[in-house]
Design a protein around this ligand. Structure first.
Ligand code: UD1
Length: 420
């Protein structure tokens, strides 16, 4: 078992590069199954979740090779349509394999996907199942597995009663190989969805409106494949920006798309955090004092739920009171108890709302990372705390942040990976 040991108080400086985004890599890997042609992926984040995803793809018969930093994925020989329970149960995004397998082979068998425990119980997949049924598929459940079959998916109109990123992406992929036209309404608008549509269109799909609430898909007989560079991770971008601000450091964040974290930068302007945004970089400047600001998590372009926990930590250092309202996931504010154990002044109003009163000094603690985003927040808290912070269960952090310890060390953080 490995842990992170952080000694707080170090000033950060220099530059840090944002890596490719997990939330696009985890879609493009399964999207490769839509085609018999080779996909060549660059800027793949080397994280536990992409390793699991490639492992799952390879267990289906895909040939995956590496040429320096590029992954070459060849699915011409894939015939298997049952997802390995052992692998699929380890990560939520295994659910992204269902649509391409169903669309290309007409059937798929899979267990309920695993992953971060941040929703009520296990995270639901009702929208996916309903959407496949709307496309004409038959869904059954036997021996702990879902079985979905359709000789040929047929275009349909489907309205998402809850906005869901992965369900939008799944139906978009399934409809791309269906016969006729599909119109999806109340879609998620995350930039990763648009990026997926751009890639698929470049290779023969006919998708209009991705990145808006209404997406129209004209089914095609075949989809090709080609080169794809994974876009920079906007959550990592926002996390590094918050880290620099919280530690009162000057830090250049490189290889990012500032427009994808616009809401955070607009808030920075309001609360007095100094920065300069370029086309592909953000320079966070030293800021001695900044004020609190309320947030409510929302689908893109609103405040991302994945930045809620780092932002909550930032508010422990702000002057004033901030109401944090988490609207997407039921259990995502529970981590705030760990910040309270470190000395933060946090009042839980109800499971979806907390008030953070700042500024407060934080003290180093022994903590266990409850999930991916709370885990990175514990690292950020450790960087500003007095003394040592030890974080257990760091697999949860390695799932989504590539070599976070060595990258943070390179900008002056005192963080060590210690293996028992
Ligand atoms: C994606 C992101 C995750 C981010 C989340 C919200 C990936 C791999 N993960 O997760 O980092 O936190 O978007 O921005 O892209 N829901 C249902 N039924 C369903 C599916 C979802 O009720 O069938 C609900 C969920 O419980 C949740 C809400 O919809 O309350 C949003 O979840 P969703 O957008 O699906 O999250 P993910 O796509 O899993």
């Amino acid at each position: 078992m490995s842990k992170f040991v952080i000694t707080g108080g170090a000033k950060l400086s220099g530059e840090i590069e944002v890596r490719g985004t997990k939330n696009f890599a985890l879609k493009i890997i399964p999207a490769s199954l839509l085609s018999k042609e080779k996909m060549i992926v660059s800027n793949m984040p080397e994280i536990e979740d992409t390793k699991r995803s490639l492992e799952l793809l390879s267990s289906l018969g895909s040939k995956i090779s590496k040429d320096s930093d590029k992954y070459i994925i060849d699915n011409s020989e894939v015939k298997e349509t049952t997802l390995s329970s052992d692998i699929a149960k380890k990560f939520r995004a295994s659910v992204m394999f269902v649509a391409p397998l169903l669309a290309r082979f007409g059937e798929v068998k899979f267990p309920h996907p695993g992953g971060c425990v941040i929703g009520a119980g296990s995270r639901p997949i009702d929208l996916f199942l309903e959407g496949y049924q709307a496309l004409g598929a038959k869904v059954s459940h036997k021996d702990g597995h879902y079985i979905i079959k359709a000789d040929k998916l047929k275009g349909c109109e489907y309205f998402f009663t809850t906005v869901s990123v992965t369900a939008t992406e799944s139906l978009l992929m399934a409809a791309s190989l269906a016969s006729g036209t599909t119109v999806l309404k109340n879609c998620a608008m995350e930039p990763e969805i648009e990026e997926l549509a751009v890639y698929l269109n470049r290779n023969g799909a006919k998708i209009e409106g991705a990145g808006t609430p209404i997406i129209k898909i004209e089914g095609v007989k075949e989809i090709g494949a080609g080169d794809i560079e994974i876009m920079p991770d906007r959550i990592e971008t926002g996390t590094f920006a918050i880290m620099a601000a919280a530690t009162n450091s000057e830090l250049l964040i490189k290889n990012c798309r500032p427009e994808n974290v616009q809401i955070l930068l607009e808030i920075f302007k309001k609360i007095g955090i100094n920065f300069e945004a370029g086309e592909f970089s953000i320079l966070i400047k030293k800021t001695e004092k900044f004020t609190s600001y309320n947030i409510k998590t929302h689908e893109y372009p609103g405040f991302p739920t994945d930045l809620q926990s780092p932002y909550t930590m930032l508010m422990t250092q702000a002057h004033g009171s901030a109401l944090i309202h988490e609207t997407i996931y039921d259990r995502r504010l529970l981590f705030s108890d760990l910040l309270a154990q470190m000395g933060a002044n946090i009042i839980m109003c109800d499971p979806h709302r907390i008030v953070v009163n700042g500024p407060t000094k934080l003290q180093g603690k022994e903590l266990t990372s409850p999930d991916l985003r709370a885990g990175i927040t514990m690292i950020l808290a450790g960087l500003i705390a007095e003394g040592k912070t030890t974080i257990d269960n760091i697999y949860q952090i390695d799932r989504g942040y590539e070599q976070i310890d060595s990258r943070l060390r390179s900008i002056g953080a005192k963080i060590e990976r210690v293996t028992d």
